[in-house]
Design a protein around this ligand. Structure first.
Ligand SMILES: [Zn+2]
Length: 51
């Protein structure tokens, strides 16, 4: 499991993020409590697959 830091999409603060499958990342922000899934930053250029 890859652990790294990402900007929170809600408040912009540095949030904890980790990848479970290399395709999406889970983000958890200590500042605002945001928790959710985002596309993996390495796949921003159109490689995102749905389904
Ligand atoms: Zn936040």
């Amino acid at each position: 499991m890859t652990h790294f830091l990402s900007n929170c999409p809600r408040c912009g603060y540095i949030a904890e993020a980790w990848s479970e499958d290399g395709v999406s990342v889970r983000v958890r922000c200590k500042m605002c409590g945001y928790e959710g899934r985002l596309p993996h930053p390495d796949l921003k250029n159109g490689a995102w697959r749905v389904g």
